[in-house]
Design a protein around this ligand. Structure first.
Ligand code: FNR
Length: 384
C-alpha cells in the first residue's frame, strides 16, 4: 500500500485486482461521461494562494460535520455494491473510517447489511436511504438504521429514475449481478478477489434480501429492484421521512439553487451538493461549480456539503475555501478498497489528509476551520 502515493496509484492497483465489470461499475459515469470528467477537472480551475513566512506549526484538520467531531471533514460517500470491489467491502471501509475518525455512509444498495456493519463498528455510521415504492420496506429500513444507532440519515434525491451507463450495459452488469461465462472469466483472472469472495457469505444485497416483501433470492431481487425506484418522489416525501426518522437528516443530490432553498425550507440539517458522481444527468454542471451560489443562497440556514471529483487534499481545501462544511469521497475510497481492502481505504484517507495538511500550511493557515475564500486567487465559479 505504501507504494501508492496518489489516488490515481490506488486506481491503477484496483484495476489489476478487481474483476473488470466491477472496476468499470465504479469507474463510470452516465452517457458521454462529460459531467463525471467535469467534476474532476473543474477543481483544477481553482487556484490556491501561496503564502510564505507565516507560522505553520501545530496545524489541525479537525472540525465537525453536522455537529459530529471529525479528524478531517472528509466522509466516505454511500456507494452501492461496495462488497463487490472487495469481499466484506462495506465492513472494511467502515472500520477504516472509524479508525481515521471520519464518517462512513452505508448505501441502501450495500452488500453487507446495516446489522453487519453495526456489529463491526462502535462509532455510529450514517445510513443512506433510497425511497422505494414499497413504503413498508422504507419504514423498515429506517427502523433498522435506528436500531443500529445510525446517527444520520442521508436521503438521496437524485435517483428517482436511473441514468444510463454504457460501460455497465456493455459489460452486461445488472443489479443484482447475473453471471455469464464472460464474467466468470473476468473473475477467474483476479484470483485474490475470488479467494476473498469464497471466504465470505456476504454476496447479496444484505439490506434487501430477506427484508423486502417476496425478495428471498437473487432472481426475485432482480425483478424487485427493476421497478422499485420511485419516480413520483416529492418534497412531501421528504417531510414524512424527516418526521419518521426524527434524527439528523442530510439531503443528497442537490445541484440547483431553487432546490437548495426548498431543502433548507424542509428543515434538513445539511445538503450534499452532488450530481451522483456524474452518474445521473450527463451535461449537468460539476458539483464544485455550483457550490458558491448554493452556499450563498442557503449557507446560513444549513450546512452545505459537497461530493464529486474530489481526488486530493488540495480539492478538499478548495471546496472548504468555497464554503463547504464537509466533503465526501466515493471512487477514491473504492479504489483503495479494491487495491488493498481496509488498508487500501486507510491509504486513500492518509493520502488526502497529508495533501490537505501540507497544502493548508503552504496557504499560510494552521487550522482548516479558519479557511475561507481568502486562500484562493479569485473564484472562477462566482455566484450569481
Ligand atoms: C455511487 N453513488 C451512490 N449514491 C447514493 O446515494 N447511493 C448509492 O448507492 C450510490 N452508489 C454509487 C456507486 C458507485 C460505484 C459510485 C461511484 C457512486 C454516488 C456517491 O455517493 C457519490 O455521490 C459520488 O461517488 C461522488 O463522486 P466521486 O467522489 O466518486 O467522484
Amino acid at each position: 500500500m505504501a507504494a501508492a502515493l496518489t489516488i490515481d496509484d490506488l486506481k491503477r492497483q484496483a484495476k489489476r485486482r478487481v474483476p473488470k465489470m466491477f472496476f468499470d461499475y465504479a469507474d463510470s459515469g452516465s452517457w458521454t461521461e462529460s459531467t463525471y470528467r467535469a467534476n474532476e477537472s473543474d477543481f483544477s480551475r481553482i487556484k490556491l494562494r501561496q503564502r510564505v513566512l507565516v507560522d505553520m506549526t501545530e496545524r489541525s484538520l479537525a472540525g465537525t460535520m453536522i455537529g459530529e467531531p471529525v479528524s478531517m471533514p472528509v466522509a466516505l460517500a454511500p456507494t452501492g455494491m461496495t462488497g463487490m470491489q472487495h469481499a466484506d467491502g462495506e465492513i472494511l471501509a467502515a472500520e477504516a473510517a472509524e479508525a481515521f475518525g471520519v464518517p462512513f455512509t452505508l448505501s441502501t444498495m450495500s452488500i453487507c447489511s446495516i446489522e453487519d456493519v453495526a456489529l463491526h463498528t462502535r462509532r455510529p455510521f450514517w445510513f443512506q436511504l433510497y425511497v422505494m415504492k414499497d413504503r413498508d420496506f422504507v419504514y423498515n429500513l429506517m427502523d433498522r438504521a435506528k436500531a443500529a444507532k445510525c446517527s444520520a440519515l442521508v436521503l438521496t434525491l437524485d435517483l428517482q429514475i436511473l441514468g444510463q451507463r454504457h460501460k455497465d450495459l456493455r459489460n452486461g452488469l445488472s443489479a443484482p449481478p447475473k453471471f455469464t461465462p464472460k464474467h466468470m472469466w473476468q473473475m477467474a483472472t483476479r484470483p485474490q478477489w475470488c479467494i476473498g469472495m469464497a471466504n465470505t457469505h456476504r454476496r447479496h444485497f444484505g439490506n434487501i434480501v430477506g427484508h423486502a416483501k417476496n425478495v428471498t433470492d437473487m432472481s426475485s431481487l432482480s425483478a424487485w429492484t427493476a421497478e422499485q425506484f420511485d419516480a413520483k418522489l416529492s418534497w412531501d416525501d421528504v417531510a414524512w421521512i424527516k418526521d419518521y426518522w426524527g434524527g439528523k437528516l442530510i439531503l443528497k443530490g442537490v445541484l440547483d439553487v431553487e432546490d437548495a432553498r426548498a431543502a433548507a425550507d424542509s428543515g434538513a440539517d445539511a445538503i450534499i451538493v452532488s450530481n451522483h458522481g456524474g452518474r445521473q444527468l450527463d451535461g449537468a454542471p460539476s458539483s464544485i461549480s455550483m457550490l458558491p451560489s448554493i452556499v450563498e443562497a442557503v449557507g446560513d440556514r444549513m450546512e452545505v456539503h459537497i461530493d464529486g471529483g474530489i481526488r486530493s487534499g488540495q480539492d478538499v481545501l478548495r471546496a472548504t475555501a468555497l464554503g463547504a462544511k464537509g466533503t465526501y469521497i466515493g471512487r477514491p475510497f473504492l479504489y483503495g478498497l479494491g487495491a488493498g481492502g481496509r488498508d487500501g481505504v486507510t491509504r486513500a484517507l492518509d493520502i488526502i489528509a497529508k495533501e490537505l495538511d501540507i497544502s493548508l500550511a503552504l496557504c499560510g493557515k494552521r487550522r482548516l476551520t479558519d479557511v475561507d475564500a481568502s486562500i484562493l486567487m479569485g473564484n472562477p465559479f462566482r455566484s450569481g
